[in-house]
Design a protein around this ligand. Structure first.
Ligand SMILES: [Zn+2]
Length: 319
């Protein structure tokens, strides 16, 4: 039993480009209530969305929004996790906003904020029971990863750890939003893929079985890029578990088995890759798991989590 946590009620809200998911967790990490509703863009819209999510959860639990003892948010874009300032959340029509300040009058607890992929890594760990060592790879509109090592998010010196989508692998490839050409994200990111598939009159699910040469090429491109991305995170982080999630994965039942087969083929030709055993580490985030919102709730309780882990094992302080 953890001391001092009786009655703890943690709010976590994942603010997605189109939908916001919220959960309320108790001190034992149980999901007490869950809700999803459309995200309203812009600063004012996001405040309304978070307040509505919190209000719905609170009503369901018979409490008020001020009864949440911790509040955590996950949001796409560049997030300064120490200040809660979010920049370039393009889908949400935000250039820069201070979320803790924006929501200061709406909650009694301090609002903590984290990038959505990093938050999901924390939530995936809780959902899968492997909170100390994992890498989460998000195949969504973009491609990014977040690693958890010794129970802590790996950020790096400039918060750039895990931005694997912008590894350029095709020198003459498609122009990426980051300014480079041929990034992994241009091969695998939902935005880029959807545009190319629209030209073929296909959706992601249909791509798996379409026999036309151009469809086979597109499928092979996605599989190769994902195999490279997964090998990259294993080489970089060597986590025991690599968790796959995100809208592109959910939209393609064929992608995970196909990439697994591709990784095993690559390993058959290379003792080095056979030793990495990338395919053996893959786990899919179970559909319907509100990992992003759960992770956001964990972000809100950052201090408790840190204290719990530093008690049993020394870790680097700060960051
Ligand atoms: Zn890029």
């Amino acid at each position: 039993m953890r001391a001092g946590e009786s009655g703890a009620l943690s709010l976590g809200v994942d603010i997605g480009g189109t939908k916001a998911h919220g959960v309320a967790l108790d001190a034992a990490d149980r999901v007490l209530a869950e809700v999803a509703m459309p995200t309203q863009p812009t600063e004012a819209g996001i405040r309304r969305t978070v307040v509505a999510v919190a209000g719905t959860l609170a009503t369901e639990l018979g409490v008020g929004p001020s009864d949440f003892t911790t509040v955590g948010l996950g949001i796409p874009g560049f997030v300064d996790h120490t200040s809660g300032v979010v920049e370039t959340a393009v889908n949400l029509q935000i250039a820069r906003t201070d979320l803790p300040l924006l929501l200061a009058d709406d909650f009694a607890a301090k609002v903590r904020v984290e990038n959505d992929v990093k938050a999901t890594a924390l939530g995936a760990g809780l959902a899968l029971g492997t909170t100390r060592d994992l890498t989460y790879v998000n195949l969504g509109t973009g491609l990014a990863a977040a690693a958890v090592s010794r129970g802590r998010l790996v950020r790096g010196a400039r918060n750039g750890a895990g931005e694997i989508g912008h590894l350029a692998v095709e020198p003459a490839g498609e122009l990426c939003s980051c300014g480079q050409r041929g990034c992994l994200e241009t091969a695998l990111g939902g935005g880029y893929v959807s545009r190319r598939l629209a030209a073929l009159g296909l959706d992601l699910a249909e791509l798996g079985t379409d026999p036309r040469p151009e469809a086979v090429v597109e499928k092979g491109r996605m599989v190769a890029a994902l195999a490279t991305a997964l090998t990259l995170v294993v080489i970089a982080y060597d986590s025991a578990v690599v968790v796959l999630g995100g809208g592109v994965l959910r939209g393609t039942g064929w992608l995970r088995p196909t990439v697994e087969a591709d990784l095993r083929r690559r390993a058959a030709d290379s003792p080095f890759l056979a030793g990495l055993a990338v395919a053996d580490r893959l786990v899919e985030l179970p559909a319907g798991t509100p990992a992003a919102a759960i992770g956001a709730a964990v972000v809100g309780r950052k201090k408790e989590l840190r204290a719990r882990h530093t008690a049993s094992e020394p870790t680097v302080v700060g960051g």
